[in-house]
Ligand binder design. Sequence first.
Ligand code: MTE
Ligand code: MO
Length: 369
Amino acid sequence: MLLTELNPILQPAGKQHTSGDFSADELALANRNSGTLLETLQNDITPTGAHYLLNHFDIPYVADSTDWTLSLQGLFDNPVSLSLTDLQALPVISRTVTLECAGNGRRHVTPRWPSQPWSVEAVGTAQWTGTSLRNVLQCAGIKSTCKELIFHGTDRGVDGGEVHNFARSLTPDNALHDHVMLAWQMNGIDLPPQHGYPLRLIVPGWYGMASVKWLSQIEAIDHHFNGYQQVKTYVYRESESDIGTPVTHMRVKSLMVPPGIPDWSSRKRLVGPGTMTLQGRAWSGAGVPIQRVEVGIDDVWHDATLQQGDSAYGWCGWQFDWLATRGKHTVCCRATDANHQTQPLAPPWDTAGFGNNAIHRVEVWCDDF
Ligand SMILES: Nc1nc2c(c(=O)[nH]1)N[C@H]1C(S)=C(S)[C@@H](COP(=O)(O)O)O[C@H]1N2
Ligand SMILES: [Mo]
């Protein structure tokens, strides 16, 4: 059977930008790949079951991790295979890391690329426990001819007519970065199956696609990896013919806990008049701290108070006391990082809707409800 017959709409040739209602395929993807519930932005650590999920293919079934091996292959002096027990005998580290999907915000980029139709909620923070990738790579000895390391997951499927396992590469420099880790726990429990049980990579500061789940092989190669998830997607492109720029670190961004109470289906917010505390989270990529968060009430901006967390790679909290008056209001938040990068008011254009870090806008009705 021709792979292009599988799903003409989602194949490159048949795939086109769209607008208006979501298709059944987009809806089915949204049902599989859940977002963080925005009210959980009150938590420093996203409750484990509320962390967003992005799985391209099926979750591999792993009944028991005792047979799992991580094999290091290719340009290593000492190409070893390690069991989970071998890895767990190495020095254990825990890090609080905010992950965001590069496609977060895609549905607000118009025209829309048919894919996982995230609104704003594909972000979460967890405490990951495992061991330093650098330690493992240094023990195996990366040969000087190595240009990239490929991280292979065991999940397999088709995208763009290509059958492949999910795999991503990093340069040795990026892989040897102090904060990159091999993780087997999330928030103090074994990784849940949907988050990569029994082993995943965590690349702090990068968009989520770099943090390969169900990690079974690290391959050291002497050329540039041209796998589907490395070069066909996760590339910023002006148009489909553009060679583009690879998607790497997260862009500066902030979100708000939606104030008051929701209308069930529109999610618009109802609040009573008086002073209330607006709050949310802000983060950036590459360990760059957040310097400022502003709250916009009907287009007038005010500085929020920041609560920095203790992890360079975890989001920080912000708060602002708002005196709500009767009527309809638009409430926004906008973060700026220490590199003076600020969130744009409107979504930046990208052909596949990657890296949309536009400000979060919430409509609020204030009255005596
Ligand atoms: N093996 C594998 N790893 C993967 C993916 C995948 O589909 N397969 N999705 C990536 C993407 S695009 C994101 S955003 C993050 C999501 O991690 P989470 O589901 O644990 O939040 O995992 C990344 N790692
Ligand atoms: Mo993602």
